[in-house]
Design a protein around this ligand. Structure first.
Ligand SMILES: Nc1ncnc2c1ncn2[C@@H]1O[C@H](COP(=O)(O)OP(=O)(O)OP(=O)(O)O)[C@@H](O)[C@H]1O
Length: 351
């Protein structure tokens, strides 16, 4: 009998991903541990730098790419998940690489446009951007709308300059990514690594909204899974609204979210409280431990800090669906891990 996180004991492990093996107190490995890929989930993967968050996210990504009926998309802020497309050990991992992602300007609402451009909606330029975003579908239309008002010319100039700045990011296109494109059988790896935080957030928001809306409108017949590395980056920008929608309302339409971060204290409380699966690597920063402690379930009768592992790849999994806690060793990646830290000795040819 195998255990499937999010489901419980399962003899067949159908539509479940291989996560790793149980880890005994003496470090020895036990039975295989799986993760449910059938129903919708909100998962949070945490751990301090270098203890395996991205590696674990990669393992989940490999399993999702191989699973039927799901549409996995990974937002890759460090550009390390392109290696999912490299030859894999075992079953192939189907991957769709998206290197220059764009979204339609109309994906963002007027408030988000102001916050994306760092403008207060109460300011002259901010008010103009707000109105333009309400009335327009493209950046060009926004500029025309601003120019055509009888607002003071300094406000108009400031507003147009801000919209031009957004245009210079190169992430807005009326034919930007849509859900049908993202919802292929392969995992879509959206590389946002060349972008600043603001456009990175805009792209993430566009993808999150497109996937959610497509399920609400019955436009895609697979269940989307949105995986996000360095998730704290997106809780401090315009992407947050889309992530909150999925966290709080994603279950019914079947949209899943997997967030990985080294700073659980920097993602929202909702992200922690709404997660039904928490995978924790080693953590030491007090603020991060406190953030997780606040959401510690009553069925956990010792504190999380006491159970946290010490070595890379080791985790504690809190499974809220089955109200169980597991000590595990995450399995090795079947495709190369792209997040290896560079070594000065290696670069100098000494290793
Ligand atoms: N499950 C695992 N099995 C074997 N080695 C692992 C495992 N997980 C992590 N490692 C090792 O730990 C290293 C660091 O992992 P990873 O790059 O995922 O860390 P991270 O926590 O995501 O760090 P960062 O915050 O810098 O992204 C990997 O390069 C790998 O060598």
């Amino acid at each position: 009998m195998s255990f499937v996180i999010g489901r419980g004991s399962d003899a067949e492990t159908v539509q479940a991903g291989r996560l790793g093996r149980y880890r005994a107190l003496d470090g020895s490995e036990g039975a295989e541990l799986f993760i449910d890929l059938d129903g919708p989930h909100a998962m949070l993967i945490v751990g301090k730098r270098g203890y395996g968050k991205s590696f674990t996210l990669g393992v989940v990504a490999e399993e999702l790419a191989r699973a039927p009926g799901v549409a996995p998309v990974i937002v890759d802020p460090m550009g390390v998940f392109g290696t999912l497309a490299d030859p894999a050990d075992g079953e192939p991992v189907p991957v769709e690489l998206i290197d220059d992602p764009t979204i339609a300007a109309a994906t963002l609402d007027p408030r988000s446009w102001c916050s994306l451009l760092g403008l207060s909606p109460e300011s002259g330029a901010g008010g103009l951007v707000w109105q333009a975003a309400q009335e327009s579908r493209t950046l060009e239309e926004m500029c025309h709308h601003i120019e055509s008002t009888d607002a003071p010319s300094t406000d108009k100039r400031a507003a147009v300059n801000h919209v031009d700045l957004a245009a210079s990011w190169g992430v807005f296109d009326p034919d930007g990514l849509d859900a049908t494109e993202l919802a292929s059988t392969a995992i879509s790896v959206v590389d946002v690594s060349g972008l600043d935080v603001a456009p990175m957030n805009a792209v993430c928001r566009g993808i999150g909204e497109a996937l959610y809306r497509a399920r609400i409108d019955d436009a895609i017949d697979r269940l989307p899974w949105l995986l996000i590395d360095e998730a704290h980056t997106f809780f401090d920008g315009v992407a947050e609204a889309a992530l909150h929608t999925i966290l709080t309302r994603g279950r019914a339409p079947g949209v899943s979210l997997v967030l990985a971060t080294q700073r659980p204290s920097a993602v929202s409380e909702t992200a922690i409280s709404q997660s039904d699966v928490l995978i924790s690597h080693r953590l030491t920063a007090e603020a991060d431990l406190n953030a997780l402690d606040a959401a510690q379930p009553t069925y956990m009768n010792e504190s999380l800090d006491e159970r946290l592992p010490t070595d890379p790849g080791q985790v504690v999994v809190i499974d809220d669906a089955t109200e169980t806690i597991h000590a595990a060793q995450i399995r090795f990646r079947d495709t190369p891990h792209g997040g290896e830290s560079p070594s000065a000795r290696e670069i100098a040819g000494l290793e």
